[in-house]
Design a protein around this ligand. Structure first.
Ligand SMILES: [Zn+2]
Length: 48
């Protein structure tokens, strides 16, 4: 299961599980990188 995403900005986002990770990653993108939206598959593809 993938629960860690290293954002290119240096932020590390960790989730309880994949659903939580996707939710937190999308919240981070919305807050820090407006205009960049990734869907679940894209986030999990980049995640560790
Ligand atoms: Zn970021």
């Amino acid at each position: 299961m993938k629960t860690l995403l290293s954002c290119p900005c240096g932020e590390r986002i960790r989730g309880e599980d994949e659903d939580d990770l996707v939710e937190k990653a999308q919240a981070h993108l919305a807050a820090e990188h407006p205009g960049r939206e990734y869907d679940r598959d894209a986030i999990l593809f980049m995640a560790l």
